[in-house]
Write a protein that binds this ligand. Sequence first.
Ligand SMILES: [Zn+2]
Length: 272
Amino acid sequence: MPEIPDLEAIRGFLEPRLRENPVVGVDLTVPWLVRTGAEGVQGLVGHEFVTLRRYGKFLLFATDDEQLLVVNPMLTGRFQWAQASEKKRAGTCLTLRFEDGHELRYADARRMGRWYLVPVDSLMTVPQFEELGPDALEVDEETFLRRIRRHAGQIKSVLTNQKFIAGIGNAYSDEILWEAQLHPHRRRSTMDEDDLRRLYRAMRSTLEWARPILEAEVAEGLYQSNEEWRAHLRVHRKGGEPCPRCGNEVKSQVRGGSETNYCLHCQPLVLG
Ligand SMILES: [Zn+2]
């Protein structure tokens, strides 16, 4: 699932390419992908996107006629920026064609992603949006500390709770907790202020660390295959490999189809 560093890289790649490059065609092969405003999607033709922002796990494309195309790629949504002549990938659900001959294609193997087209002042009508906490790249340390005290449970679940803060998922929560040396199943209620401040700083430094790595990934082009950008991560999906900090074996636990990885030596489980 794309998280903040992935979506920031996509945003940074696309925004300059969309500017002054009007939409000349829309192919929507899976109409129910667009949950709100599907009937207006053809109305994008003739308009251009003036800004591309990210909030949490959503990308927000604002048009020159004050509409907002809101995209949550969920688990398997993938973007491709291609020349019209390039072969389309299987599972392409939506294609925006641009004046300069490029296409922004969206493929989604499990078709769980959600698109919405709403007036720019109606963002809060997008399901889930009103409930989102502050973006993890924007939230300041004191706000983070104040908000996290309302959540007593396992710290990995807290970090990935979009109502607490938005934009962190399964992969980067493992990375952040490894950086902060906190066990993913440790309860927030057992943590003192030093732990929580260390967690906040680890969150910021991990997201900043990943940024240039992912910018380099997309520099040559945006063609996200079904593999995500996860090779650079230090513990996530690295079960059985040595911890880059201490050399002990990285642990792997799979629950409900999602994997959690950590180093028990660097991240001891402290019970409350
Ligand atoms: Zn370790």
